[in-house]
Design a protein around this ligand. Structure first.
Ligand code: SF4
Length: 248
């Protein structure tokens, strides 16, 4: 049975899918997003992570079953990148299915398509990042090519599993209107995309970079204004015909 390396567990989130959710933050990420708020999740072998079996994880999850049932909530795997520990996620999701618990994965989708395919039968919702629609800018922002992200999104869409897109608006990096229009065109053709979240960049995680001895490159970047976020929301909404939200 696979063992999960878990950074932390939040048993009462309302931001990571529908309803009240238990969020399991997995340890380990292969991207290096310049705006990452959780660089402490990157190292997959850190002694700070705790090992959980699927049974132990279910014990934590089942404590919130009444909240899930009352709110339409469930379980979300986040990170880090949860799909780097896909076998463990699958084991927990299989057990969630037995209790009719809603299952979601918050992922960059910068992983092999086979990994995603394997989890599809157990996953109700993908909270899927688009880091950048332009490949060169994705490389600069995350250190990785966006090709597998785009291919995985199209594959999940074709399999008719629900997707919420998440896109972080970082002034000077991801807020060019031309890029947002290309992204809106890309997702407008996807029937399984039911919602788009535009997340305003903030630097609340920057102290973690410093604690880890890492250079935080976005020190001089201010968060986008409320007005700018509203402009971009309207732009993406008009072009994509999708519901766009700015979660607070
Ligand atoms: S994918 Fe998420 S956890 Fe990984 S570097 Fe990017 S923001 Fe951080």
């Amino acid at each position: 049975m696979p063992i999960g390396k878990v950074h932390s567990i939040d048993t009462f989130s309302t931001l990571d899918g529908p309803g009240i959710r238990t969020v399991v933050f997995m340890q380990g990420c292969h991207l290096r997003c310049k705006y990452c708020q959780n660089p402490d999740t990157w190292n997959p072998t850190t002694a700070m992570a705790r090992e959980y079996s699927a049974e132990e994880t279910m014990q934590v999850i089942l404590r919130s079953l009444p909240y899930f049932q009352a709110s339409g909530g469930g379980v979300t795997f986040s990170g880090g990148e949860p799909l780097l520990q896909a076998e463990f996620v699958k084991e927990v999701f299989k057990r969630c299915q037995e209790y009719n618990i809603h299952t979601a994965i918050d992922t960059s989708l910068y992983v092999a398509t086979e990994t995603v395919l394997d989890l599809l039968p157990f996953t109700k919702l993908f909270l899927a990042d688009i880091k950048h629609i332009n490949n060169e800018k994705s490389l600069n922002l995350t250190g990785a090519n966006n090709r597998c992200n785009n291919e995985n999104l199209e594959m999940i869409n074709n399999k008719q599993v629900e997707i919420w897109i998440r896109y972080v608006v970082v002034p000077g990096f991801t807020d060019a209107e031309d890029d947002l229009l290309v992204m809106a065109d890309f997702i407008s053709a996807m029937d399984s995309v039911t919602r788009v979240d535009l997340l305003p960049y903030h630097s609340l995680g920057s102290h973690k970079w410093k604690l880890l001895g890492l250079k935080y490159e976005l020190d001089n970047i201010d968060p986008p204004s409320h007005e700018r976020m509203q402009e971009l929301k309207s732009l993406v909404e008009r072009r994509s015909n999708k519901q766009v939200f700015i979660p607070t």
